[in-house]
Ligand binder design. Structure first.
Ligand code: ATP
Length: 209
């Protein structure tokens, strides 16, 4: 699918594993923004999760591909595999700006938990100028009094972030919970697409989480 006049929606994450919460907030955000193209970007080396034991990117990428294999609305990008070092969002946004050209507006979707720590992101003030960060609400992460920490963002930038908090559905799904369930043999069938559940079982992922 080609981008329409409203641009594209990029959605990055560790995706360990990708789950129905990810896919549903993407669909809801794209509908609210009238966007017809969503690109999922598994993070090769997530800058915010360096101490965790993360599943190799090859599995996380394969699960993302399996999750949307029959859905033309989504594309999966492996662009963060091509770079060395931490997967900075700013570099990924540059990549897509070069790919699509300056007239295609780039939206970057995050969940409410990420907005709360956004001031710690690499070159955040440049990032908010280069793309429109849009936020999906998330249970347990109230944003009604949200203010970024520090003074890296201008009042206008903060206002732009606040006004792009979207009324997406509240979905109580997390990859942590899915990994824990898989580790203890509990079903995960309603939490991830069937193809992802099959991939996890076939590759014995999360058995010792
Ligand atoms: P983990 O439990 O391992 O931290 P996660 O479920 O938060 O994982 P990530 O891959 O780390 O998933 O998240 C990618 C992006 O998706 C982040 O911006 C995160 O805030 C957002 N996100 C994940 N799950 C939800 C959800 N249920 N509702 C809203 N946003 C979500």
């Amino acid at each position: 699918m080609e981008p329409n006049k409203n641009g594209i929606l990029l959605f990055g994450g560790t995706f360990d594993p990708i789950h129905n919460g990810h896919l549903q907030i993407c669909r809801a955000a794209a509908e609210l923004l009238a966007i017809e193209k969503v690109i999922l970007i598994p993070s090769a080396i997530p800058p915010h999760k360096t101490d965790c034991n993360i599943t190799p990117i090859e599995h996380r990428l394969a699960m993302a591909q399996a999750a949307v294999q029959h859905d033309a609305f989504f594309e999966v990008s492996d662009c963060e595999l091509q770079r060395k070092g931490p997967s900075y969002t700013l570099d990924t946004v540059h990549h897509f700006q070069q790919l699509y050209g300056p007239t295609v507006k780039i939206h970057w979707l995050i969940g409410a938990d990420m907005l709360r720590e956004i001031a710690t992101w690499y070159e955040i003030s440049q990032l908010v100028e280069k793309c429109q960060i849009v936020t999906a609400v998330r249970p347990g992460h109230d944003l009604s009094h949200w203010q970024p920490k520090g003074n890296l963002l201008t009042p206008q930038q903060i206002q732009r972030l606040k006004s792009a908090i979207l009324p997406t559905p509240l979905l109580d799904i997390s990859a942590t919970d899915i990994r824990n369930r898989a580790a203890t043999g509990k079903p995960i069938t309603n939490l991830v697409p069937d193809a992802v559940a099959e991939y996890i079982a076939a590759h014995n992922l999360y058995r010792f989480a």
